[in-house]
Design a protein around this ligand. Structure first.
Ligand code: NAD
Length: 343
């Protein structure tokens, strides 16, 4: 591998643009080689913002370029699986945003291509590279809170996304809770065996019209015996709300004491501080760190993850939660396992 890993960015929308900036200026070991976005003005603007003279509307052109070592995929979700397959066949290392696909079949096809090619695939579950979550995981693994008994995990967006986005997002469990499913498995160090999910449209009747929910609660039973609860919402008036409590036999860890400004104001009325409003701000460091780790892994041949199998496991939990909500009963996650011998 050369001194610097040459990475092509595919998809320069809300998140891709951020990834481009990180690759261009925050990771000395990386060289942002080119940008592809199907929407020409978006591709051009992202290239200009990162002082790059190579951009295209055709990602295949970059995937076919032998001088490019790796691709970072942040295009619309429905493009991930075909792009992963094309990049794997071209022998590129791949960073891909969640989810790999909205269905298990598409996910499995992409994972097969990755396994066949033997390339490295890392998924953008950025919480795993957030300072607070990482510290929590290290302390759990070091036994500092004893045996994990319960996990409470909340994530709420400030306000609903557009109807257009929501209509193709895959719904609450595949689009949003998928982050919580990954975090729960990772923090508990255990697979989830059973889920029970309820949901409602409390924020906007549009969600009911789309067959979706804007408020949900999922309970988890882990193979380890631990229990968990995840609650999600599409409205939080004070900003992006991400908080996790891991309770163990010998103590607890609370992750997510969010402040935009490191300032407390104390007076007769009480104590005040501000709050992080947007996900790109709350996880700014994590989005940079996950790419730094990816680039280092491509250079030194390690595979830190989260892997494609982690993405599949989280999607299987989303399927189980949807079945549970639909049928109003606990659902065994194993029914969404891959059939033996199908890989
Ligand atoms: N990890 C996270 O916290 C997080 C947060 C937001 C979004 N995401 C994921 O990132 C992905 C992008 O989300 P976003 O909010 O940036 O969306 P977006 O709509 O802002 O951007 C998507 C971009 O992809 C481009 N595109 C579409 N098809 C393409 C193709 N075939 N080739 C190249 N470019 C193509 C579009 O023109 C657009 O510019 C989604 O899969 C989403 O689930 C992850």
């Amino acid at each position: 591998m050369p001194d610097r890993v040459r990475v092509a960015l595919i998809g320069a929308g809300r998140l891709g643009r951020r990834h481009a900036e990180v690759l261009a200026s925050q990771i000395p070991q990386a060289e942002l080689a080119a940008i592809a976005d199907a929407h020409e003005p978006t591709a051009r603007a992202a290239a200009e913002a990162t002082r790059l003279d190579r951009w295209t509307t055709d990602p295949e052109e970059l995937i076919a370029d032998p001088s490019i070592d790796a691709v970072a995929i942040a295009s619309s979700t429905d493009t991930h699986a075909p792009l992963i397959i094309a990049a794997a066949e071209a022998g590129k290392a791949i960073f891909c945003e969640k989810p790999i696909a909205l269905d298990l079949e598409g996910t499995d096809a992409a994972l097969d291509a990755v396994a066949e090619a033997g390339v490295y695939l890392q998924i953008g579950f950025q919480r795993r590279y957030d300072k607070g979550y990482r510290a929590a995981k290290e302390r759990i693994d070091a036994g500092e809170i004893g045996r994990v008994e319960t996990i409470r995990d909340a994530m709420r967006d400030p306000a609903p996304a557009s109807r257009e986005f929501l209509a193709t997002s895959g719904g609450m469990f595949r689009d949003m809770t998928i982050h919580n499913f990954d975090a729960a498995r990772w923090l508990a160090g255990s697979e989830v065996e059973e889920v029970y999910a309820i949901g409602a449209a409390l924020v906007d009747p549009m969600f009911a019209e789309l067959g979706d929910v804007d408020t949900s609660i999922v309970t988890l039973r882990f193979a380890s015996g631990a229990l968990g609860v995840i609650d999600n919402g599409r409205r939080s008036t004070f900003g992006y709300d991400v908080r996790t409590e891991i309770f163990g036999s010998d103590g607890a860890l609370f992750v997510g004491q969010q402040r935009d400004t490191p300032l407390l104001q104390l007076n007769r009325e009480g104590v005040r501080h501000d709050h992080v409003y947007w996900f790109l701000d709350l996880f700014a460091e994590a989005y940079a760190e996950e790419l730094r780790v990816f680039v280092a892994a491509v250079a030194d041949g390690t595979r830190p993850g989260p892997s494609g199998e982690d993405a599949r496991a989280a999607l299987a939990l989303a399927y189980a939660a949807e079945a549970s909500r639909r049928d109003n009963r606990p659902v065994a996650v194993s029914q969404f396992d891959r059939a033996p011998g199908s890989a």
